[in-house]
Design a protein around this ligand. Structure first.
Ligand code: PMP
Length: 419
């Protein structure tokens, strides 16, 4: 019974009704890259632009006050969605990437020095690697990577030992891998890190859209995610930080809104959250994000997680049973709705193109995780990633289409002749 609202939700997504270039009905399995938007989100943004849009905070006039109220209400919705203690611990940024860069530039530049260690995992997205490498270029710190084991997992013992050995100032890791699908035990690792006096940053880009997240329960110091992966607009995301940390950090971008007072001799900084929101913020995007969060909350994050899990199980089992197909990632009990795979003798791009002919959208390449791919010794993978509006039928269509692609590009018994 709890599944029906998820299936019914398809009607709220106009794009899911379209066909692709070949004329086949769209089967959208590229949700880890970005999700689609329901009418509620499109309408909320349209309503803002049509009826009350103006710049926020500054103008004492009706439209500005209405926009400001809607923008700040969106912050409240976002704070509730992730279980923040107070609204101003939620900073609106341009996305997960912008959020991590903000922490690296402000907390990092202030607290990290030569020889200090930042601990990451090998499965991080480039967004949670490169800003720390840039910090290392600026301040001379070191970066250590936790390896994954043969089952694509990292044990608590490995985490514990690395924290003990390297005594990192920061442990930054993904709550859910965008390639392996692995869901890391955030609360446990955060506790271990805190026991070793490390600050913890969670890349929750692949977690917040797919399961109930509570940042206070995690006890994480920083949590980042993007709006567009949770049915919200592009160009907006969240940096959550514990108030004590955010208060102690210098601002990042300078300009309007982030100041208390400016004189020719200098400036003083505004209080949270304005301190980290210089310039005109993404106003309609915040309003759209709040509408998206309300939409997925109504469907229920537990329902969403269960449904995705079942689709993942079905896809994972089918892929593992196919000759010449290798799943890159743990068994479904250890992951969310992401399945990456390789097909013998067919490049990931050809797999993707072949599936597209049947209307099926999957991603191919390194998925912004080149160190992980290098570690696994592969250059490219294909990835199917599910969201609540996908169906078991779509999973079956994907598998049937993949079998066709395999037959076409790498027919069995006709191996290429050696020269
Ligand atoms: N981290 C992870 C795990 C991701 O999957 C992504 C998006 N692919 C990001 C960070 C970066 O998000 P964005 O591009 O929206 O800033």
């Amino acid at each position: 019974a709890t599944l029906q609202p998820l299936l019914d939700s398809r009607d709220d997504f106009p794009v899911l009704g379209r066909t692709t270039a070949s004329g086949a009905p769209l089967v959208f399995l590229d949700n880890a890259a970005s999700t689609q938007r329901p009418v509620a989100v499109i309408e909320a943004m349209g309503d803002c632009y049509r009826n009350y849009y103006a710049n926020v905070h500054r103008g004492i006039h009706t439209l500005s006050e209405e926009s400001t109220a809607a923008y700040e209400q969106s912050r409240t919705v976002a704070a509730n969605f992730i279980g923040a203690a107070v609204d101003h611990e939620v900073i609106f940024t341009a996305g997960a990437t912008a959020s991590i860069n903000t922490v690296a530039r402000t907390w990092g530049d202030t607290n990290i020095g030569p020889g200090d260690v930042i601990l990451l995992t090998i499965a991080e997205h480039h967004a949670n690697i490169v800003p720390w490498q840039q910090l290392a270029q600026r301040v001379g710190c070191k970066i250590e990577f936790l390896p994954i084991d043969d089952d694509f997992l990292i044990s608590d013992e490995v985490v514990q030992a690395a924290l003990q050995k390297h005594q990192p100032k920061l442990f930054a890791f993904t709550a859910a891998s965008n390639v392996l699908g692995t869901e890391n035990p955030v609360k446990r690792w955060t506790k271990i890190a805190h026991d070793h006096d490390a600050i913890v940053l969670i890349d929750a880009a692949q977690a917040v859209p797919h399961r109930a997240v509570n940042v206070q329960d995690w006890d994480a110091d920083f949590v980042v995610f993007s709006g567009h992966k949770v049915c919200g607009p592009t160009g907006i995301g969240v940096l959550y930080g514990k108030q004590t940390l955010l208060d102690a950090m210098p601002p990042f971008l300078g300009g309007g809104a982030m100041i208390d007072e400016v004189k020719t001799s200098g400036f003083t900084t505004a209080a949270l959250p304005d301190k980290f929101e210089a310039g005109t913020p993404p106003i309609a995007e915040a309003i759209g994000l709040a509408a998206a969060m309300q939409y997925v909350s109504e469907l229920g994050l537990d329902n969403i997680a269960n449904h995705e899990h079942r689709m993942c199980e079905r896809a994972d089992a089918a892929l593992r049973s196919m000759d010449g197909v290798k799943v890159i990632g743990p068994t479904p009990d250890k992951k969310g709705g992401i399945v990456s795979f390789q097909v013998d003798r067919i490049h990931a791009h050809d797999v993707s193109q072949g599936l597209d002919h049947d209307g099926i959208a999957v991603r191919a390449g390194h998925h912004c995780t080149m160190p992980l791919h290098e570690y696994l010794g592969v250059t490219a993978t294909s990835r199917a990633s599910f969201y609540f509006y996908n169906t078991m039928d779509e999973v079956d269509q994907f598998i049937e289409s993949l079998a066709k692609v395999q037959k076409k590009f790498a027919p069995t018994g006709r191996r290429r002749k050696r020269s």
